[in-house]
Design a protein around this ligand. Structure first.
Ligand code: NIG
Ligand code: FE
Length: 387
């Protein structure tokens, strides 16, 4: 095992409140840190930096924990930019285009799916993502969902079964038949290939009662629940997520005060996906109200071909700061530690001693440049020791 010391870090964000300024960002200035092939070994003042086998001089640049992108749908084939253009011209997003991606994905070879996913993962990594979640949900057959989870397994252990994305066209007049397939054959075949189960619980997708049945069955088969909720309309889905102790409830575009109160008192992370509001011209979620009442907020890309073809966490942070009244530090925390909490991971999303040695060196003196210079390539190097 070899060691690496990174010196002359102008601004080091550790997300470990025991370090530096003792804020939740655990921030140090003029700092250094040491990692081995796996984990962080030491963090402190640059002047006290110990020797190591290798050294990187950051020349005053900022360093942050690697981003944890806790919500992506990046195994897919096909092309839907025409839907984006139509929305920018005034058309509403209703999830109807999912069926187009299902048709293209079913028609693709496994190798084509793998190549497409690898390209998107490459873009995420270049932008500082070191841990990512990937959902299935674009084949909606037993074999197809297994295939997508297997492709996802090339890139992450955080795999989510989303067979309950929408009812596929061949079951359009047999909804019960699809619900039966989901909760029997498909879940049984997919459970060994996933850690999480998700349901798109919203207008035009699955109801709260259907989502409950599907997630309870998934739980019996060893999958931990999470939920897509309130992207298109108000519903009781937030209550369901809290009730089932979902690790996270994602989108939260439409929230009642009672939803916000429920999230505040829960262990369920509210994962906000502003790339989706940007790409569907929808109102942004109430991040400020969630944070002010003490709910835990994560930020993720939602990378998918329909509602958010976004592979830049920096862009997500910029949107959260500009459009959702989050401070840069809040957005940075939500894109790192918040994402880790949404995946119930204590080993990533921070740079405390013992954490995975996952970090990004920025081409900027302060992490604020992630939002301050939207569109610029602010992440210079992504260092990833563990998924
Ligand atoms: O998270 N809302 C459901 N699923 C995706 C979009 C899927 C699509 O339009 O292809 C989402 O926004
Ligand atoms: Fe999604």
């Amino acid at each position: 095992m070899s060691t690496l010391v990174v010196t002359n870090v102008g601004e080091l964000t550790t997300n470990d409140p025991a370090l530096g300024d003792e804020s939740s960002l655990g921030r140090l200035h003029d700092a250094a840190f040491v990692v081995d092939d796996e984990q962080v070994l030491w963090v402190g003042a640059n002047a006290d930096a110990p020797d190591a086998d290798e050294a990187i001089d950051a020349h005053g640049a900022a360093v942050i924990p690697g981003f944890v992108d806790s919500h992506t749908h990046l195994v897919f084939a096909g092309e839907r930019s025409d839907e984006f253009e139509a929305r920018m011209a005034g058309r509403r997003y209703d999830g109807g285009g999912i069926a187009r991606t299902v048709a293209s994905t079913r028609a693709a070879t496994e190798e084509q799916l793998r190549i497409g996913a690898a390209e998107r993962v490459g873009e995420l990594r270049a932008g500082g993502v070191t841990t990512l979640e990937i959902k299935s949900g674009y084949e909606l057959t037993t074999e197809g969902e297994v295939r997508c989870l297997e492709v996802a397994g090339d890139f992450t252990s955080e795999r989510t079964w989303l067979g309950a994305h929408v009812v596929p066209p061949e079951f359009a007049s047999d909804r019960d038949g699809y619900l039966d397939l989901l909760t029997t054959t498909m879940l049984e075949a997919c459970a060994p290939h996933a850690k999480w189960a998700d349901v798109f619980c919203d207008r035009g997708a699955f109801s709260v009662d259907e989502a409950r049945t599907i997630l309870l069955r998934a739980r019996e088969l060893g999958l931990a629940p999470r939920l897509h909720a309130n992207q298109l309309a108000h519903s009781g889905a937030i209550g369901l997520a809290v009730d089932l102790e979902c690790a996270s409830v994602d989108h939260c575009t439409y929230l009642e005060d009672s939803d916000i109160d429920m999230l505040a008192g829960s262990a369920t992370v509210a994962t906000l996906l502003p790339g989706a509001e940007f790409s569907t011209r929808s109102p942004y979620p109430s991040a400020r109200r969630l944070i002010d009442v003490g709910a835990t907020v994560a930020l993720a890309t939602d990378c998918n071909p329909g509602s958010s073809y976004v592979t830049s966490m920096a862009f997500v942070i910029a949107l959260a700061v500009r459009e959702m009244a989050m401070s840069v530090d809040e957005a940075l925390w939500s894109a790192t530690k918040g994402g880790a909490l949404a995946l119930r991971r204590s080993d990533v999303g921070h740079l405390g001693v013992g954490a995975c040695a996952n970090f990004a060196i920025l081409d900027a003196p302060r992490a604020a440049h992630l939002a301050y210079r939207p569109g610029a390539q602010i992440v210079a190097t992504t260092h990833r020791a563990a998924p």
